[in-house]
Design a protein around this ligand. Sequence first.
Ligand code: MN
Length: 203
Amino acid sequence: MAHQLPALPYGFDALEPFIDEATMRLHHGKHHQAYIDNLNKAVTGTALENVPAELLLKDLPAVPEGIRNVVRNHGGGHANHSLFWEVMAPGAGGVPTGPVAEAITGAFGSFESFKERLTAAAMGQFGSGWGWLVVKKDGSLAVGNTPNQDSPLSVGDTPILGVDVWEHAYYLRYQNRRAEYLQSWYSVVNWSRVNDLLRQARG
Ligand code: MN
């Protein structure tokens, strides 16, 4: 199969106590795997079989109509989760340094103000979806959200940090308390990786 589940770059229990082991096992092994399985089912045997999910999402109108929604939902799920695992790490969190710190201060005034905006975007996503920090085509930063598994790539933005606010991301430990989950999640944000992604996005 063309699309494969990426290995987690840390142990399932590595993000404890902020993200619990049982959630990580289910989220990675079952939810992410299901997006990959459904994406593979849709593209296997087509000309798009070996095209990375990110490239498919950047040009959804080019995807044949018969599989476009599957690619949007399950290709989106694959790409979004692949990013999500990378932008978390054990012993991370805190205040960013480097280019992303400067870019955040420039765009939002302060790190605290950025956190408030991203938290509000993630809290304000009704139902399932994602909160995002993206790089716009002009290289500037913006905060936003998307429903379901919609990717910022599909509207021309490059996501460099994303937080999953589907209930499957937090329900076992936090039940309905999305705000508490989000506050904890900042303790595992891998700013070093976000810096790499910012550099790549700005080319
Ligand atoms: Mn998820």
